[in-house]
Design a protein. Structure first.
Lengths: 177, 202
């Protein structure tokens, strides 16, 4: 039991390393990497291509990557930017407007989950980036490092993002009552 | 989901915890839909060049049109299972105090249940594949129950109630999956139909 727990926890915490672990990390992280990109507005096909590109790059230098989770997110985001145009300031950030253009796999989600995702992807780009990394369990320092900014900026963006999410979701709930 | 450092500097209040709960639940659902739409073996093979595991060639896809009602009923039950697992299936939520390694298996169960649900709904599973998914789901539930028992023993008093709640939930789901097993296998019996195999989405 202890061995099983250690293996499971090492996968959860992203501490598995070595060439033989590429497959383990791929299977555990690939769907999460897609989710990370979808949280920033990518369509399923765009996110899948960018995530696959990131893993392909990672495979060639696997032994030298110290933090696969952070590395993969950085490379996947770059891959996504290369293939897509991300609006810096969406002109209409209501939950409804985003729901109308929601990714195809959202059909599978419950109404509550669709509402939350719509609110999340309606945030301005910087706030979305910080929120996506926050959701994936990164620390403030790691997020600052990942985005190449000060931790104060991370804090400010996170605070604004969360305040906006609460407002959007409260408004939506009130509208539904 | 929340890194502990954030709770300090954001000065968490009840509205923050409520927001985190809603985010965690939505994220778990999203992850399940993504996982269901992937063929990880094919993706991995494309990178490493190693051959992907091949499905049994002789499999017949034989769910007949007379079983449509039962497929709907079963896939609805599977969808409900995923929704119950929702708040637990994101290993990074950190919301289940006292629960740790067992979440890995629970998350895997959610992903397998999604495969089974979609595979049956789209009639792209053979009897062998459905049986294998069923076996894997039961195996992962059994593993998670072993770990949950250990986590329950080690949990501090306050967390113990929470771990017990998760144990009860997993036990109920295990029972539900066991009951679904024979019903799923019956879908493939005596139908006399061999449906066209649909391509697995990549």
């Amino acid at each position: 039991v202890a061995d099983r727990e250690r293996t499971a926890l090492s996968v959860l915490q992203g501490t598995v390393t070595g060439v033989e672990d590429f497959e383990t990390v791929y299977k555990a992280e690939f769907p999460r990497l897609i989710r990370y990109l979808q949280n920033q507005g990518a369509r399923l096909d765009e996110a899948r291509d960018a995530a696959q590109g990131a893993f392909t790059t990672a495979y060639t230098r696997w032994r030298s990557i110290r933090n696969p989770r952070a590395y993969l997110r950085k490379v996947a985001w770059r891959e996504f930017l290369r293939s897509a145009v991300v609006p810096e300031n969406p002109t209409d950030t209501t939950v409804e407007s985003v729901e109308q253009a929601s990714p195809v796999n959202w059909i599978e989600l419950s109404e509550e989950a669709r509402t939350v995702q719509a609110a999340l992807t309606s945030l301005p780009v910087k706030q979305r980036q910080v929120m996506a990394l926050f959701i994936d369990g990164f620390s403030p320092t790691e997020i600052a490092e990942q985005l190449g900014c000060e931790s104060g900026a991370v804090r400010q963006n996170l605070f604004k993002a969360r305040r906006k999410l609460k407002t959007l979701l409260d408004d939506k709930r009130r509208a539904g009552e | 989901m929340t890194h502990p450092d954030f709770e300090d500097f954001l000065g968490y209040d009840e509205s923050d915890f409520a927001l985190d709960r809603r985010l965690a639940s939505a994220q778990a659902e999203l992850l399940a839909t993504i996982t269901a739409a992937l063929d990880l073996d094919a993706g991995l093979a494309a990178i490493t060049g190693r051959p992907r595991p091949q499905p049994a060639a002789a499999d017949v896809y034989a769910i007949g049109p007379d079983r449509v009602g039962e497929i709907d009923a079963i896939t609805t039950e599977l969808r409900n299972v995923r929704q119950v697992l929702g708040p637990l299936t994101d290993p990074q939520t950190g919301q289940q105090e006292g629960v740790s390694g067992s979440l890995f298996f629970v998350a895997h169960v959610a992903s397998l249940v999604a495969h089974l649900q979609h595979g049956l709904a789209e009639r792209r599973l053979s009897r062998t594949e459905a049986a294998e998914l069923q076996r894997l789901i039961e195996h992962n539930l059994a593993e998670s129950r072993v770990l949950l028992a250990g986590e329950h023993r080690r949990a501090r008093r306050r967390a113990r109630r929470n771990v017990q709640m998760v144990r009860d939930l997993v036990e109920d789901i295990h029972e539900q999956i066991r009951n679904l097993g024979p019903r799923i296998m019956r879908l493939f019996e005596d139908s006399g139909h061999a449906a066209e195999r649909e391509p697995v989405p990549h």
